[in-house]
Design a protein around this ligand. Sequence first.
Ligand SMILES: *[C@@H]1O[C@H](CO)[C@@H](O)[C@H](O)[C@H]1NC(C)=O
Ligand SMILES: *[C@@H]1O[C@H](CO)[C@@H](O)[C@H](O)[C@H]1NC(C)=O
Ligand SMILES: *[C@@H]1O[C@H](CO)[C@@H](O)[C@H](O)[C@H]1NC(C)=O
Ligand SMILES: [Mn+2]
Length: 737
Amino acid sequence: MKEKLLVLWICVTAGLLCVTASPMASGPEGVGVVSQRGSRVRRQSEGDVRNCDLDPPYYPSTVTNTTVQVANLRREMVANGIAAYVVPSEDAHGSEYVASRDKRRAFLSGLMGSAGLAIVTATEAKLWTDGRYFLQVKKEMDCQWDLMRVGATFDDPSPEDWLADNLNNMDMIGFDPALMSVSDYEDYEAALKTKMPDKTITMKSIQVNLIDNIWDDQPPYNPKTVITVLDAAKYTGETWQQKVIDGAPGQNSTRWEMGQVKGETIDAFVITKLDEIAWLFNLRGDDVPYNPMFVSYAIVTKTDTMLYLYDSASSVRVPAAVKTHLNVNAAGSTCLNSNPCVIVKDYPVFFDDLRGFNESLANKIWISDQASYAVYESISDAKRYVAASPLLLMKAVKSDMEAQGMEEAHTMDSVALCNIGAWMQEKIDGLKDPMTGDKTVISEQIVMDKCIEERAKFADNRGLSFGTIAGMGPHGAIIHYTSTPETDVPITKDGTFLLDSGGQYLQGTCDITRTFHFGTPTAFMKEAYTRVLLGSFDLAMSVFRTGIYGRDIDSIARNQLWSGGLDYNHGTGHGIGHFLNVHEGPARIRVGVRAGEKPLDLNMFQSDEPGYYEDGSFGIRIENVVRTVPADVAHQFEGYQYMTFKMISLVPYEPSLIDFGMFNNKQLEYYNTYNKMVRDKIGDHSMLSEAGKAWMMSKTAPVEYTFELSTSSGQRTAPSLVAILVTMILSTLYSLW
Ligand SMILES: *[C@@H]1O[C@H](CO)[C@@H](O)[C@H](O)[C@H]1NC(C)=O
Ligand SMILES: *[C@@H]1O[C@H](CO)[C@@H](O)[C@H](O)[C@H]1NC(C)=O
Ligand SMILES: *[C@@H]1O[C@H](CO)[C@@H](O)[C@H](O)[C@H]1NC(C)=O
Ligand SMILES: [Mn+2]
């Protein structure tokens, strides 16, 4: 039996000092680590920070007591004759990040995370959410709420199945038609009809939102930010006219897609998603936190195009440049010449126009299954055509110019993160503050501010793409943790520090996670980090072909974890927009079948972000954004396009968290190639600080290795002196390029 012996050296390039990292550290410890971990998990799953067994229950300060909200909602429910009320997280456009006025589910339930659905009945309060928020539920929600886990591996009933089972005959389920998507509505209808045929339970659309009725200090709604043009020649590569009418070379247009629907004549296509509208017209706004969008609807008919905006008459909201871009007069009502234009109308007119088209158009009106039920019910059954929006795919497959921009954006974002990494290291090392002479301390909140500040140094930065997740120690195990002044803790050498952040740039949207350790990690932390890192490499190196869905390759990123009995409760990858939303469809790398999901394709951008979370102890996630590129393959079975991923995030990993003994040859080569790419692409960047460069260089030193064959199975032998010397020389040469 061949026993592989790894001998490795990490070279700290700064001082050209080579230290040996003994691969023996990982070997025999494995079994012990796993059994210890098992007991730790059991203890911590009991260790809820709340105590729901006491009367009254004990809540730490992070929990919102929602007794009053829920009682008030129940009164509204009685007044409206409904047995249950459904409170989704999304706004009227199905956005993930919503204006503060639209955070109704958070107000009602106390859970601040971006995903979740609340349902309240006379006696129960249930909250459905996915693994990213399980820990947050225990920290933020009070004991009257029950968590219903969403995810392929859990058997908690879906909201519609739970309602079908738990409500009585003749009960009604109330909902706000503006906030429920058509596809969700159809799921409820189907479950209520097919699963409980002996009961009649109906859905009741209530025009007034019941949460708005009980929310005294609900923030005002102010979607009136300035709308700007994103230049096609500089940033998008395709004009709105091409996207709506003609199609760019090799691309289909919206009207072309409308003409392709089999067996139907489509007279109008309704667009309700804010990122689709911003993408279609090459416009951006700032109405929604983190996503450069403006609250709007759009309708494309066979001859006309209409855009509905709040404050459409304001020359501040809609500057002259936007009118010129859309080829309309100052009033937005007429095309400037005989060329096509986009008529600009006021937002509230949208529903009138939609009902008007329902009356006047002879054929079908296409709405997305993600449109709200309010849109759905404005069109009669005979006129309505419901199917996923074709813009989803058109937007996800980036133009070459957008793809180039995404790479440029990630280069800038990576420079910012290296500057932040160096700054954190400096602070942690306890350098004296030159102004005060005090030892400086940094905390989660201070790092979050720094994440904004470093990115803002780039002229093309437009803020963050989501709220920074900065999780020290046990906070890192909360997958979508949001540090608040109440939960803030210092960053220390004692534990992992998970930092997930991203900037918005005119060139593209970024998302990156790195996990740091400023002290000495435990062997188990190193094992977990290494398995996560290798999983991200294995996924990035994978080759797949036309027609393959992200779900088909999700397990590649998990295999390293699974083989150690570990896993993570979240998807591996999400699509990412071009100066738009940090999460976008219709492709993703995640198990489970989602309606409207599309296979991976060239010039799509996905995140590659496996992780490992040890409740109450530490969290590890490594996230890179990857671009789908053609793979270099020798053959081409059945003419398929073969594809692979190119990492466009350029930030070093943490060598002290890596057990190189777990690498195979190919993975080590990938690691070294990645590090060389980081040095090549950002080493001379004008925005990289001196400290940032030194930090980056110190973390990207090449790792050399030799493989030796050993006949004494199971025994690792110490590296020979000759091998050490040879490799030291090689390393030194290598580190000089
Ligand atoms: C929650 O709030 C209600 C209403 O204000 C109060 O009666 C109750 O004692 C609170 N519960 C706890 C555990 O603080
Ligand atoms: C245009 O649409 C057709 C049919 O859906 C599709 O096969 C083709 O790939 C599309 N072309 C582009 C460039 O998206
Ligand atoms: C749609 O138009 C038809 C007439 O073409 C009308 O009967 C129907 O009531 C309208 N539906 C709605 C929801 O306005
Ligand atoms: Mn991400």
